[in-house]
Design a protein around this ligand. Structure first.
Ligand SMILES: [Ca+2]
Ligand SMILES: [Ca+2]
Length: 501
């Protein structure tokens, strides 16, 4: 076995620079992500219909992409659903033929499609969908000329500043067993963006899959933690550290809401048409200056959440600015640092004349835990010499022995698939910034007709499928009902599965 320890102590990070020295602008973590012998087969599952041209050219961030998959989700009844960000929610039958379950684009004609996270961004089913027929979607709309007023505009701004809306909608299927949606919709929450480009909208909706009926967390809806472009969304309102690191806002935080309307629950109303969970720390504090929806805060673009099904540990993948990609273990009420922190560093924007693309080393007594600050630090990370944007990831306990006990994730842009030891990640959740789990790369392979292995990269698979080079892999990962992992791309429309050692 490799002699590399699974838990790294990044003494080198501390030694790179002393606090107050010159900013660090590249390669701030010392170890590259390398392959250490993990090899996993990948096989084709299904390809979505070709939707090139479905949207006008100026309303398609990647017109050459066959289809733009963000999420695959299985229902307990065996049905599999997948979204195309161009505006369709598909149902895959047992033969993997896709039919349109809901035409989301038709429902939301003001939607914006020309950014990486745009269009029909995400969906999730209520854990009791089989009985109540409820599911939830995220989309974004243009602000100017929009007839609907946002429920929340960032502090200090007015409707005249609003550029985009980020919207969470509840859909109610009259017959949950039907294979085509028929029913009604109710808007839960609409928040305003004020930056030039639609940037870091809500990216994920999740129910804690380990919460059982009757438990306090059952039926509560979590959102991504998204700074709505106040980092680099462009225009005069970007680069605003005063908009984050505060509890009187709905942005930059993972929110946890009871999606029931207060008229149905009898509970306390939130900013939108939903109920504030009485169990939320910032709802229970009876302080109106701390918004009761906030579960944890200090995120830039924690666009994917997941739970370890064996013990309920909650993970968030937070996409960094110019330097550090993070996996965080999420605890209620904690501050995860953005924009004051990026990885194990102070972000330069916090200093007079400083910039978002600069980092400064933290004092050694903070890094080694002798002195505590108010932040919670990542349990695994890599820097921008190794990738540009972290995917979601999952604690793996499925059929592939080599991956069991690992957290599997990757890099959206490069399509590299990574693994970190789950026990090491949980051990790194120790209040000591410099202890983090090691990250290694997974070697993918396909099998030919004769059974021979061909070693491949995810990006090569996309390029072969599309018959063209891809500037981005646009990798994402989903988990099946039985705990296996699906690799998808917003470029080639294929759903692939990690299948064997
Ligand atoms: Ca409060
Ligand atoms: Ca640690």
């Amino acid at each position: 076995m490799s002699a590399t320890p699974s838990l790294l102590v990044l003494a080198a990070a501390a030694a790179l620079a002393v606090q107050g020295a010159a900013p660090i602008v590249s390669a701030p973590t010392p170890a590259p992500v390398v392959k250490r012998g993990l090899m996993v087969g990948v096989r084709d599952v299904a390809r979505l219909p070709d939707t090139r041209g479905l949207r006008p050219l100026d309303q398609d961030v990647s017109p050459a992409g066959w289809a733009r998959i963000n999420y695959v989700r299985d229902l307990p009844d065996g049905r599999r659903f997948v979204n195309d960000s161009r505006g369709r929610l598909y149902l895959l039958d047992r033969g993997n033929q896709a039919t349109v379950y809901a035409d989301v684009a038709a429902a939301f004609p003001l939607s914006v499609y020309n950014r990486l996270e745009s269009g029909f961004i995400a969906f999730t089913f209520h854990p009791d969908f089989a009985r109540n027929g409820l599911f939830y979607t995220i989309h974004a709309e243009r602000g100017p000329g929009n007839p609907t007023t946002p429920n929340f505009i960032p502090p200090g701004f007015t409707n005249a500043d609003v550029t985009y809306h980020d919207i969470i909608t509840e859909w109610h299927a009259t017959n949950p067993a039907a294979n085509t949606f028929e029913g009604t919709r109710r808007e839960l929450l609409r928040i305003a963006q004020v930056v030039e480009n639609l940037t870091h909208p809500f990216g994920d909706l999740e129910f804690n899959p380990t919460a059982k009926p009757g438990a306090p967390d059952y039926g509560l809806l979590y959102t991504s933690g998204s700074d709505t472009g106040f980092s680099n969304g462009g225009g005069k309102n970007a680069g605003r550290p005063d908009q984050v690191q505060r509890l009187d806002t709905l942005l930059g935080a993972i929110l946890r809401i009871d999606p029931r309307s207060p008229s149905a629950s009898g509970g306390q109303k939130g900013h939108g048409d939903y109920t504030l969970p009485a169990v939320n720390k910032f709802a229970a504090d009876n302080d109106p200056r701390t918004f009761g929806e906030i579960y944890a805060y200090g995120f830039r673009n924690a666009h994917r959440l997941s739970w370890d099904l064996t013990d309920g540990t909650m993970f968030a993948s937070d996409i960094g600015m110019n330097n550090i990609e993070e996996i965080n273990i999420v605890h209620e009420g904690r501050n995860y640092g953005w924009m004051k922190r990026e990885g194990l560093f102070e972000n330069g924007i916090t200093r007079p004349g400083g910039r978002l693309d600069q980092l400064f080393a933290l004092p050694a007594e903070i890094l080694d835990g002798r002195k505590k600050d108010e932040f919670t630090y990542p349990v695994a990370m890599y820097d921008h010499t190794q990738g540009q944007a972290i995917t979601g990831g999952f604690a793996y306990h499925g059929r592939i022995p080599a991956l069991r006990g690992k957290f599997i994730f990757g890099d959206i842009v490069r399509g590299r698939v990574f693994a970190a030891d789950l026990a090491a990640m949980k051990k790194a959740d120790d209040g000591i910034p410099q202890t983090v789990a090691a990250v290694e790369e997974v070697q993918l392979y396909t099998r030919g007709a004769g059974g021979a292995r061909t070693y491949v990269t995810f990006r090569e698979l996309i390029e072969a499928a599309n018959g063209a080079t891809a500037t981005r892999a646009d990798l994402q990962i989903s988990r099946t009902l039985d705990g296996e992992l699906l690799l998808t791309s917003r470029q080639d429309g294929w759903i692939r599965m990690l299948a064997e050692e």
